[in-house]
Design a protein around this ligand. Structure first.
Ligand SMILES: NC(=O)c1ccc[n+]([C@@H]2O[C@H](COP(=O)([O-])OP(=O)(O)OC[C@H]3O[C@@H](n4cnc5c(N)ncnc54)[C@H](OP(=O)(O)O)[C@@H]3O)[C@@H](O)[C@H]2O)c1
Length: 313
C-alpha cells in the first residue's frame, strides 16, 4: 500500500519507516530537511521536502503522492519537561494536531485516501478519578491543570476527527510514554540523565500511574492499524501500567543509578510546581485490551520491567 508519513524523521519514525518497508508498503515521508531527505531516499523511502505549516505546499505534496493511507506522527517535543509551561512547550505540536491535521484531511479528501492514522496520547489526558487503569471509553479530564489546557484541547480536536471525518477512516493511536533509543527514556536521554543524578524523585507517595510503550511496539501497532481495526481510538501501551513508586526505582536500577529520593508532597510542589503534581501522584494509566483484540497486536516488550533493561539503546 502507498503510505505517506509525517514526522517520519522523529523518534517513532526511526522504527516505523523500516517496518513499513519490511511489510512491503511503498513509503513517502515528509521532511523540511534536504539532508534528512537524502537519508530517507537512501533507505528506500521517497522523501518530499516541505514545511508542514505551509498549507498550500503541504496540500500539493499530499495530492502529488496520492497515498492510500496517511500516518500523521508529527510532534516537536525535544527538550520539553516543564510542567508549568506545557502549553508553551506543546504549542507547535498542538498546531500539528489541529491545523496540519486539517490540511492533511482536506488534501486526503480530494485524492480518495482510505485511512488516516494519527498520533495521540494515553496518560494524563484521562480524568483523574475512578480506577487506576482507563479504557478508551473512559472520559478525559474535564479540568486539567491550567498549563495543560490548550494541549488537551488540541488532543480532543484531533480525536474528534475519528467521528467527524466521514469520508475516510480515522484511527487515533493513544501512545503511552515512549521509551527506547532517542527518547528521554533512552540511553543518554534527558530522563535517564536526571535519574542518574537523582534529580527525579518520588513525590508524595508516587501514586501517579504511568503507561509506557517501547518505540518498537508503538511502530508495530501503527503498522497493524493500516489494515486492521475499525475507525476509533486505541490505547497503545504495554501490559503493566505502574505507579511512579514502582517504575522509577526499576528504571534507576536498570541504568545503574542509586535509588530515587523520596520527597513529601509540599516539597514536590515547590520543585516541579502545582501543575506537575497530578502527573506524579494522580494520573491514570491505560488498558491495551482493545488494541490487542482489534489490531491483533501484542507488545514485544509487555512490560517496562523488561524494556528498561533490554530496550533503552
Ligand atoms: N507518547 C510519547 O511519549 C511521545 C510522543 C512524541 C514525542 N515524544 C518525545 O518527545 C521527544 C522528541 O521526539 P519527536 O519525535 O517529537 O522529535 P522532534 O525532533 O522534536 O521532532 C520530530 C519531527 O517533527 C518535525 N519538526 C520538528 N520541528 C518542526 C518545526 N518547527 N516545523 C515543522 N516540523 C518540525 C521534524 O521533521 P523534519 O524532518 O522536518 O525535521 C521531525 O520529524 C522524544 O523524547 C520523544 O520520546 C514522546
Amino acid at each position: 500500500m502507498k503510505v505517506l508519513v509525517t514526522g517520519g524523521t522523529g523518534v517513532i519514525g526511526k522504527f516505523l519507516l523500516p517496518l513499513l518497508l519490511e511489510n512491503k508498503h511503498e513509503v513517502v515521508a515528509l521532511t523540511r530537511s534536504v539532508t534528512k531527505a537524502a537519508q530517507l531516499e537512501d533507505s528506500g523511502v521517497s522523501a518530499i521536502i516541505v514545511d508542514p505549516l505551509d498549507k498550500p505546499r503541504l496540500t500539493a505534496a499530499v495530492r502529488r503522492a496520492e497515498p492510500e493511507v496517511i500516518i500523521h506522527q508529527l510532534s516537536a517535543l525535544s527538550g520539553v519537561g516543564n510542567f508549568r509551561k506545557v502549553d508553551q512547550e506543546f504549542a507547535l505540536t498542538n498546531r500539528f494536531r489541529t491545523e496540519v491535521t486539517d490540511t492533511l484531511l482536506a488534501a486526503a479528501r480530494t485524492i480518495g485516501t482510505r485511512r488516516f492514522i494519527a498520533q495521540s496520547y494515553c496518560g494524563w489526558p484521562y480524568a483523574r478519578k475512578g480506577g487506576p487503569v482507563k479504557t478508551e471509553e473512559d472520559p478525559l479530564d474535564p479540568k486539567p491543570p491550567e498549563s495543560f489546557t490548550k494541549t488537551l484541547t488540541a488532543i480532543r480536536y484531533l480525536e474528534g476527527k475519528v467521528s467527524s471525518a466521514t469520508f475516510l477512516e480515522v484511527l487515533a493511536l493513544r501512545y503511552g510514554i515512549f521509551y527506547g533509543p532517542g527518547t528521554a527514556i533512552g540511553k543518554g536521554g534527558a530522563t535517564v540523565k536526571m535519574v542518574k543524578k537523582r534529580r527525579f524523585p518520588i513525590i508524595g507517595g508516587g501514586g501517579g500511574v504511568w503507561s509506557f510503550i517501547h518505540l518498537l511496539d508503538a511502530a508495530r501497532a501503527t503498522v497493524a492499524a493500516i489494515s486492521r481495526g475499525a475507525p476509533g481510538i486505541y490505547n497503545i501501551v504495554d501490559d503493566e501500567p505502574a505507579k511512579v513508586a514502582s517504575w522509577l526505582p526499576a528504571l534507576a536500577k536498570a541504568v545503574d543509578a542509586k535509588p530515587p529520593y523520596r520527597i513529601p508532597y509540599w516539597v514536590g510542589e515547590i520543585v516541579i510546581g502545582k501543575a506537575g503534581m497530578p502527573i506524579m501522584t494522580q494520573v491514570r494509566g491505560g488498558s491495551n485490551a482493545k488494541a490487542k483484540r482489534e489490531l491483533n497486536w501484542t507488545p514485544v516488550y509487555p512490560s517496562w520491567r523488561i524494556g528498561f533493561v533490554d530496550g533503552l539503546d
